[in-house]
Design a protein around this ligand. Structure first.
Ligand code: HEM
Length: 499
């Protein structure tokens, strides 16, 4: 009997001469200009549904928005998230040597099974950490503003606000991942911030603005090397790991006790849960190392993007405050309890944050319109047919986010119009994903921490805008990295005054 032909993924019916997608060059100056999304749109309109756009020595295969579902939902076997993520971090050699699938599944399960189902307990612990960090804001002259009994002063410039928000979110992640005992000193939050910044560098966040025009691959190599050996490894080896190793028995005992209890809603730090899953009853060196690297990956996934999204929303809300802020303030006054007689921090809970539907809508609209060019990276595991073209195996594939977020196919004639409260009217939450809203990805690998991320953004905005009058200094708004708005925050000079 003749042997069955090997199955190929050139469905539905392989064309007689499979065509590779066309290569379209978009010059560096356009890629780093405000016209970048229009250039990608026009490349897809003219040559799609797949175009190869060389960038920094790589060949990005960009798929038209009509094929996003095929890549992210229908055929995850052909479009690998795991290999795409490794390649994005310049760690492609890891997945080439061995299979990184189990490791990525461990990260996914740790977050998916322990964050969303325990959101209530988590927010109870995280909210005070963020609010505490944003209680006093540093001003340009080295003083602080925000004290409870402070008299109203003039507006003061606060140039470190990004760093302070980053520290606040990092502090929250220290609580989530390691527990409150490690959050007592601010040093651990600083280590988390450093790792988040280093990992963002490693992922090539600044390749559109900092890379060498002549030797982009060499720049990528040098950039990865310096991020790994000057920032990430020293911070982990000399900052985070020693503190965890010293307390490993307490963490394991807590994780095992939580396993026994198995009560819904209980909050247990992720490191403790991971140790209990991977160590049995004694923390071995190897299992400890595995859990440590899982935590580092979660720091990468959780801190940087949340801070950037919070800053985008804050700046847009400050810009559009006359139209949107009064209603948002009324909403949180009706939801959040008044402070006790001694003043102090108002308590926020997951339930209350869930009731802030106008703020939720505004956050979604900012993320829809901020202009992310590419996202949801996948690597093909075999030749795949997309429309008339065949994408070869091991190709880096990316989705055109801004196109999907504004195209008339998805939004009719209003895709480019900013309408901050439309999602409240339509009943779509910021975490509700689809092929027309990809900020948190789509399909099997959609962000499992998105509910927490949106809650954190709400806490940051509440902590700042319920206590401060905030203005944007004239002509200071700038988008420094137009192709990469999901990873690089806008630059703006903010002026704050205690309400
Ligand atoms: C505004 C903040 C955030 C944004 C915009 C964001 C966005 C994303 C995106 C686009 C992906 C890839 C999805 C895909 O390719 O289909 C992803 C994956 C992931 N995110 Fe987030 N994320 C955020 C915050 C968080 C937080 C706070 C956590 C953890 C608590 C988290 C944990 C993860 C993990 C573990 C993955 C890997 C995929 C998986 O395990 O399924 N993210 N995120």
């Amino acid at each position: 009997m003749p042997s069955e032909p090997k199955k190929r993924r050139l469905s539905p019916s392989p064309s007689p001469s499979p065509k590779e997608p066309p290569v379209v060059h978009i010059p560096y100056e356009v890629r780093s200009s405000p016209h970048v999304n229009a250039a990608y749109d026009s490349a897809l309109d003219q040559h799609g549904p797949v175009v190869v756009i060389p960038r920094h020595g790589r060949r990005d295969h960009v798929l038209d928005h009509r094929y996003i579902r095929q890549a992210l939902v229908a055929d995850p076997e052909s479009f690998s998230f795991e290999k795409g993520a490794a390649e994005l971090l310049n760690l492609g050699f890891v997945s080439a040597w061995g299979d990184n699938t189990a490791y990525i599944h461990d990260i996914h399960n740790l977050v998916a099974k322990n964050v969303q189902p325990r959101l209530g307990g988590i927010v109870e612990h995280l909210a005070p950490a963020i609010q505490g960090q944003l209680e006093l804001i540093k001003t340009v002259d080295g003083t602080t503003i925000g004290g409870c009994d402070e008299e109203q002063k003039d507006f003061a410039e606060c140039p470190d606000l990004f760093d302070q928000i980053q520290l606040a979110v990092a502090q929250a992640m220290v609580v989530l991942i390691l527990g409150e005992s490690h959050a007592a000193s601010p040093i651990m939050a600083k280590h988390f911030s450093a790792v988040a910044v280093g990992m963002a560098d490693l992922a090539g966040t600044h390749e559109s603005t900092h890379a060498w025009a002549r030797f982009p691959r060499l720049w990528a190599f040098w950039n990865a090397l310096s991020a790994a050996f000057l920032i990430i490894l020293p911070t982990i080896l000399f900052g985070i790991a020693p503190a965890l190793w010293k307390t490993r028995h307490e963490h394991l005992a807590n994780g095992l006790a939580a396993q026994q209890r198995q009560r819904q809603g209980d909050f247990t730090p992720l490191f403790d849960v991971a140790l209990a899953q991977h160590c049995g009853d004694k923390p071995s060196g190897l299992a400890f190392l595995h859990c440590l690297t899982l935590c580092v990956s979660i720091i990468w996934a959780s801190v940087h993007q949340t801070v950037v999204a919070a800053l985008w929303t804050l700046v847009r809300l400050v810009q559009e405050q006359d139209e949107y802020l009064p209603a948002i303030r009324r909403e949180w006054e009706s939801v959040v309890d008044a402070p006790g007689s001694g003043g102090g921090v108002r308590r926020l809970s997951a339930k209350k944050l869930g009731q802030l539907v106008l703020l939720d809508s505004f956050i979604r609209e900012v993320m829809r319109t901020r202009g992310d060019t590419l996202g949801c990276v996948r690597q093909t595991t075999r030749p795949v047919q997309v429309g008339p073209y065949v994408i070869p195996a091991k190709a880096m594939c990316m989705m055109p986010i801004s196109r999907a977020h504004q195209h008339p196919d998805n939004y009719g004639t209003t895709g480019g119009v900013f309408d901050g409260f439309q999602w409240q009217k339509l009943g779509r939450q910021a975490t509700q994903i689809g092929p027309d809203f990809l900020t948190f990805g789509l399909g099997k690998w959609a962000c499992p921490g998105r509910q927490l991320a949106v809650h954190e953004i709400k806490i940051v905005l509440y902590a700042l805008l319920s206590r401060f009058d905030i203005r944007l200094s004239e002509n200071t708004f700038l988008v420094p990295n137009t192709i990469n708005t999901a990873s690089v925050a806008p630059v703006a000079t903010l002026l704050l005054r205690r309400i």
